[in-house]
Design a protein around this ligand. Structure first.
Ligand code: UD1
Length: 424
């Protein structure tokens, strides 16, 4: 793939039909990282075919684990792990490789990673991860861009996070699973993906209680054994498609949707006038007569997810009225705004707040994704717009959406992937 690969979208068609929601990237990544702690074979089902997952598999193999992949199933045998240095080139390709820190230090007493670089959606520091590991007794040394962490054995402690960070909660939960004694993580993040990770760890013999609440208590055990686990469905993918259905005036059924995790999103859809019906694990979204502007504030779960802020904003560009959107989780997550302006949206940004005045139409344009969810927002805007939109920067979108163009085509969208060589 090159930077010139693009989605070409002919907008204006309502999405209609039904699709099945696949497994959650943000659950699969920490669970795959956790397999390195396990002295046995882990069978993980429902793993999405995404670029970030491919990088995680490469990392596991580079560490010496046996990994076999058969469609959505990944089998990991980490008995033979021979290294605890995460290769810097792979680390640079995916921020989530930071998840290897907790598991590797817990099982082997050492780990070396390169410090993850900056990120377009904000600074994304890892101070909570490092402080928590220190509290568990790890010695941490930073030199020449590498972080080396060592500990003879980690010891349980009470750790209070300054902010309910998803990644820090997961990393510390994994480290504590093999520590001596009891660890309490206070002000823990409560995202469903954390609950899924705890379920996996417990299936392997860990003793984690309270995942999904703001205090998690982990009683360390001496070793973990192999287990089978199915990844929960992706609530961000489901939310993106639900917003796209409403934004195009469509009618879509999402099968296998994690409706219980989508409360904040479904209530915004209803508030704006979309019809939302839940029947078992099927979610119907219809918005055939337009929709009104609603305000939205992102917050840690169960608040409105920051990962759907950009798609939500794209939806609001054509709402009746004005929407005020506040981003409370990341400090710089409005990179999609300039691109939406190129398509005729009316948006002003002041620090963490965007004011979106609904316009009657967007017009197709050439736009570039600069991050994953911002990229999804541009695709959504392309589906809503008159004429042809080209969205570049597909490597961002492919990190988190599996064959997005095929998925949308199943719902009647006119979208193709153009590879740079094909385009005259
Ligand atoms: C995870 C998700 C990402 C989502 C985010 C927030 C994965 C793989 N990614 O990212 O899709 O957008 O949660 O829901 O699950 N922070 C610090 N110090 C730290 C850690 C975080 O200051 O050590 C700050 C961050 O800068 C940010 C906030 O805490 O402002 C939340 O970040 P965090 O929850 O850690 O996000 P990630 O785990 O990186």
């Amino acid at each position: 793939m090159t930077a010139l690969d693009a989605f070409e979208i002919r907008g204006g068609r309502p999405l209609s039909g039904s699709v099945r929601v696949y497994g959650a990237k943000n659950a699969a990544l920490p669970i795959l990282a956790a397999t390195v702690m396990v002295e046995g074979t882990c069978i993980i089902d429902g793993v999405p075919a995404l670029e970030d997952v491919r990088v995680m598999i490469e990392i596991l193999r580079a560490l010496g684990a046996g990994v076999e992949q058969d469609g959505e199933r990944i089998v990991v045998d980490a008995a033979s792990i021979a290294h605890t240095d995460v290769p810097a080139d792979l680390m640079a390709r995916m921020r989530s490789s930071i998840f290897l820190m907790g598991p590797l230090i817990a099982r082997f007493g050492e780990v070396r990673v390169s410090r993850p670089g900056g990120c377009v959606i904000g600074q994304r520091p890892i101070d909570f991860h490092l402080r928590g590991l220190r509290q568990l007794g790890a010695a941490i040394e930073e030199r020449h861009g590498f972080i080396r962490c060592t500990a003879r054995r980690l010891t349980g402690e009470t750790i209070t996070l300054d902010f309910p960070s998803v990644g820090a909660t997961e990393n510390l939960m994994m480290a504590a699973a093999l520590a001596d004694g009891v660890t309490r993580i206070e002000n823990a993040a409560r995202e469903p993906e954390i609950v899924d990770l705890a379920r996996f760890l417990n299936a392997c013999g860990a003793q984690v209680k309270g995942a999904g609440e703001d205090t998690i208590v982990i009683r360390g055990v001496h070793h973990l054994h192999g287990a089978a686990h199915r990844i929960i469905p992706d609530r961000i993918v489901a939310g993106t498609i639900a917003l796209a259905a409403a934004a195009t005036g469509g009618s879509v059924c999402l099968e296998g949707a994690p409706t219980a995790y989508l409360g904040a999103v479904l209530s915004k859809l209803r508030e704006a006038g979309a019809r939302v019906e839940v029947s078992g694990d099927a979610l119907w979204v219809r918005a055939e007569d337009g929709y009104r502007a609603v305000d939205m504030v992102t917050a840690p779960y169960p608040g409105f997810p920051t990962d759907l802020q950009a798609p939500f904003m794209a939806w609001m560009t054509m709402a009746r009225g004005t929407s005020v959107i506040r981003e409370n989780v990341f400090e710089a997550r409005f990179r999609h705004v300039d691109e939406l302006l190129r398509m005729g949206a009316d948006i002003t940004v002041d620090l963490r707040t965007a004011v979106v005045r609904g316009v009657p139409a967007l017009s197709g344009a050439e736009v570039t994704a600069s991050d994953l969810r911002g990229g999804a927002a541009l695709v959504l805007a392309g589906l809503m717009a008159e004429g042809v939109t080209r969205v570049y920067g597909l490597h961002h979108i492919d990190r988190g959406y599996q064959d997005l163009e095929l998925y949308l085509r199943d719902l009647g969208a006119d979208i193709i992937r153009i590879q740079s060589g094909e385009d005259g």
